[in-house]
Design a binder for this molecule. Structure first.
Ligand code: TRP
Length: 329
């Protein structure tokens, strides 16, 4: 079976865009791959989170992923900081990672530009830690979005370099996961562009229904079509795209026909869309609230995950030490 690794940043809540763009595929992937999904809490340290929030962030992300259907019986789910083997591999990989190549990565340059007061070494070696996350399980594939492509290329480079330096094909060269399902880009409600946390237009998966309704009712629209079967402007198309993923086909067709015959009332469409988003979210939100309360369950999940991940990691590390020349007395 194909080994797949993916890290999830422990920052903030998941939104509909995350769900349709990635998590739905993760849930599918776990059925026919050997998946390792982890919460990247060490990676979150580059921006110095408040210690009082660190654990809560990890806990929320974990509960949200479980609520979406990531299944600890199918995939190995763990918290990065529970796996000390990753730090050792990170240290060893750092010896063959060069300042120049790390400084040249776009994410480093971006972050250094945005936060000139906090250009720490962890930020510089972020791609090395990410490579250690991937290589520790000798993963062949990594499901990543566009923004992580360069980090994955670095991981491949470090894997090749290690294999060449120590003369054995220990690490498979990690490749982007090729999804079979389609990627659906979820638009925002502000008239253009995609839904995103940093865009400030996101609808959270476990967000309060009243807040969702308010956001949807405020979505950008226009004064309505003036000609039959008129092409939809972006803001209107966005509402229909959302409707396409959360509503039934009948509902979609009903409003689409109304649009085409110039009889549409956007207030009615938004009311329906809000209701359908809330209904779509309901089982996820319910499960999230239930899981969040269940300390015992979360403890069980993370313990089992750590046990499985450490077993896989220890095997790799043993080979790494051997190849690099470490011997026991
Ligand atoms: N850097 C990734 C992100 O920001 C998170 C991540 C950390 C990751 N380690 C990883 C993703 C290993 C894939 C594989 O989203």
């Amino acid at each position: 079976m194909n080994t797949v690794v993916s890290g999830i940043r422990s920052t903030g809540n998941l939104h509909l865009g995350n769900y349709f763009g990635a998590i739905k595929n993760f849930v599918q992937m776990q059925n026919d791959n050997n998946c390792f999904f982890f919460i990247a809490d060490w990676h979150s340290l580059t921006t110095h989170p408040n210690p009082a929030d660190l654990h809560t962030n990890v806990r929320n992300v974990l509960a949200e992923y479980l609520a979406c259907g990531i299944d600890p019986e199918k995939a190995c789910i763990y918290v990065q900081s529970d796996i000390p083997e990753i730090t050792e591999l990170y240290l060893l990989m750092n010896m063959n990672a060069y300042l120049g190549e790390l400084q040249r990565t776009t994410s480093f340059k971006d972050k250094a530009r945005k936060h000139p007061e906090n250009i720490n070494a962890g930020l510089l070696t972020y791609p090395v830690l990410m490579a250690a996350d991937i290589l520790i399980h000798r993963a062949k594939q990594v499901p990543v979005g566009k923004d992580q492509e360069q980090n994955l290329e670095m991981a491949s480079k470090f894997a090749k370099r290690f294999n060449n330096t120590y003369g054995e094909e220990l690490f498979p060269i990690p490749k982007p996961y090729s999804f079979t399902g389609e990627f659906i880009k979820i638009p925002g409600l502000d008239g253009s562009g995609k839904m995103g946390k940093s865009e400030g237009n996101a609808i959270g998966l476990v967000e309060d229904p009243k807040a969702i309704k308010k956001k949807v009712m405020k979505a950008v629209s226009d004064s309505g079509p003036t000609e039959m079967n008129q092409e939809k402007p972006e803001a209107i198309q966005n509402l229909f795209t959302l409707m396409d993923v959360v509503s039934t086909k009948d509902t979609f067709d009903f409003f689409n026909d109304k649009y085409n015959s110039c009889e549409i009332r956007y207030g009615d469409l938004k009311k329906q869309l809000a209701e359908d988003i809330i209904n779509f979210n309901a089982p996820i939100r319910e499960k999230f609230l239930e899981i969040s309360k269940d300390d015992e369950y979360l403890r069980r999940v993370t313990r089992l995950g750590a046990e499985q991940a450490r077993e896989s990691a220890a095997k790799t590390l043993e080979e790494v030490r051997r190849l690099m020349g470490f011997r026991k007395f």
